[in-house]
Design a protein around this ligand. Sequence first.
Ligand code: PLP
Length: 522
Amino acid sequence: MVHLHPIKHWRNKHNKNKRAKDKSTDSVNTLAFSTTGVYGSRYAVDELPRNHMGKNEMPPNVAYKLITDELALDSKPILNLASFCTTYMEPEADRLMAESINKNFIDYEEYPATCDLQNRCVAMIGHLFNVPESEDEEPMGVTTVGSSEAIMLAVLAMKKKWQNRRKEQGKDYSKPNMVMGANVQVCWEKAARYFEIEEKYVYCTEDRYILDPKEAVDLVDENTIGICVILGSTYTGEYEDAFTVDKLLQEKNKAQGLECPIHIDAASGGFVAPFVNPDLVWDFRLPTVVSINASGHKYGLVYPGIGVAIWRSKEYLPKELIFNINYLGADQASFTLNFSKGASNVIALYYQLVRLGFDGYRAIMMNLTNDADYLADELEEQGKWTIMSARGVDGLPLVAFRLKDKHNFDEYDIAKELRQRQWVVPAYTMAPKAQSLKLLRIVLREDFTRSRCDLFLRDLNASYKHLASLSKEQVEGVRQGENSREQTAAHGRKPHHAGPDKHGSKHAHSLQGKYGKTHGVC
Ligand SMILES: Cc1ncc(COP(=O)(O)O)c(C=O)c1O
């Protein structure tokens, strides 16, 4: 049987002009849905709220689809060779994380099993970093949102400990300083600024991209709360020489009656060196090393954000920084910058530690180290590049490199060409006083296999060839085109081709402001 059905003139009710007027009322009743789905609904022709919340609700499937559509503009995490942060975990880990996404880690009383997993992670990592086993030292640790929070806590502890000692000695405790390489990650500059500590920098040179141990120890004086030594410089992945800094510092401390400690920033190297280079002595085996941070979300192989801070003994955690709070029915000792945080990353870190064990981490880190060497060798063989990162187990599995000769194009142009082929590779300038050097950096993460090395090399060569075929004017033309496109996309903000962001010049307090320091992506 055929029904004769009336055709409604919806246009009469919802004509264009009316719809334009209706926009502000945001009526969800007005053609909220259409049988053609999301793209036939009014939401496909309305702007997604940007500055103010919309008045009405939106169906979940529509919100989901429109947001995923916008996110399609992001790069693919697997092709993001800029970041140290984990982009792949096994499906079982994903499941564990999804199942615990609704737990607040801070509710220890309610989630005692989760709390116990963090304690196991802290203990395992502490032992990995060779915490002292003696009876009189009681090592402590805490999980954090990342290395930045862990570093803030460690810096606070060093500052407080130094102040307490100065007070006991009846000495001035108003001018604390901290010694570090100018290649530090920006969180060190933040810590110095936020906690009012003077920064004493050891600068890089055109052929030394990390801290010089002697220069560092020479800068130490009675007001130095500690020296930062980086296990895996963000710029080139090289390990700073903690062994020599410790040796020189022990001598200086003894000779001058100082008690200056070392903090090791093992954000990336903490989960690499112990597995591939166990004989490298960089951790609590060195007497002046009092605290270490590491990022669980880098080579700890967990999605962001999780980090860890470990102290060699309770003695280095001044009591006044620890809050004993009674919350939701239990006494808790708390030393963190924030309160609530998700529990799923902590659980995922435990998963990785038990799932992989020492041998599993070692296998992954060895593969990455070998692939990094392969990539560096291939690049070197081409004769066009200078490798700036360390080889083998002497540094992180990354390749930092720059153009050997002068061309009409530079490393920033190469990065842009690669971006058109979907690879995200950062170009940046070296740390202050070596900033005339521009470089590119490829971070090898767990999911970067040998065949992807080859695909990357193919595209890098194609990018190089294309740029080499252009005249100076053509390269300039491409840059200008890109700049104006970027400017439009950035709504008038200044694009940053070739060189440091000049916005930095407004910030006289930072290395970016003073020297145009560019911070490598983490
Ligand atoms: C050496 C170093 N320290 C600290 C950080 C900050 O780590 P997070 O991103 O975990 O806060 C990074 C980031 O890459 C780093 O490379």
